[in-house]
Design a protein. Structure first.
Length: 144
């Protein structure tokens, strides 16, 4: 179970770094791309970010479910549940808000869609930051 916990923490910490980079650096730069090339830029962004996120986000989710099935000794079950709840927030915001805004932006830069994407991405950033804190707490509680 220690290996699953370590894999989960590594995947979570990777996602925390990625989401902060996207929120503070990448998404704000969308406004500087320019109208003519924006649709191509957005398509490339979506493809590349999807490929980058696929493994750590998938590993984070699967390892989180594994931790729920076999809570490590010394770890309160509520810590695992809280971690999975925050991970659920990231999925919900992604599906309900981020993906639709990226679809709008796929047709060309739209200031309203961009603003909504950046603003609501703070929810994902906060949730993943919370997942990072909870993963650290899980490690702290489980490791000798």
């Amino acid at each position: 179970m220690t290996a699953v916990l370590l894999v989960h923490a590594l995947a979570t910490f990777a996602m925390v770094g990625i989401i902060w980079t996207v929120q503070v650096v990448h998404y704000p730069l969308f406004a500087l791309v320019g109208g003519a090339g924006f649709a191509a830029y957005e398509a490339a962004h979506t493809t590349r970010m999807g490929a980058l996120l696929l493994v750590p986000w998938g590993v984070e989710g699967l390892s989180g479910l594994a931790l729920l099935a076999l809570v490590p000794p010394g770890v309160p079950r509520w810590l695992v549940l809280a971690d999975l709840a925050l991970l659920g927030v990231t999925v919900l915001v992604t599906v309900a808000v981020s993906v639709p805004q990226h679809q709008v932006l796929g047709a060309g830069f739209d200031p309203g869609a961009h603003r909504l994407l950046v603003t609501t991405n703070w929810l994902r950033t906060a949730a993943w930051t919370g997942c990072g804190a909870l993963s650290a707490a899980l490690l702290w509680r489980a490791l000798p």
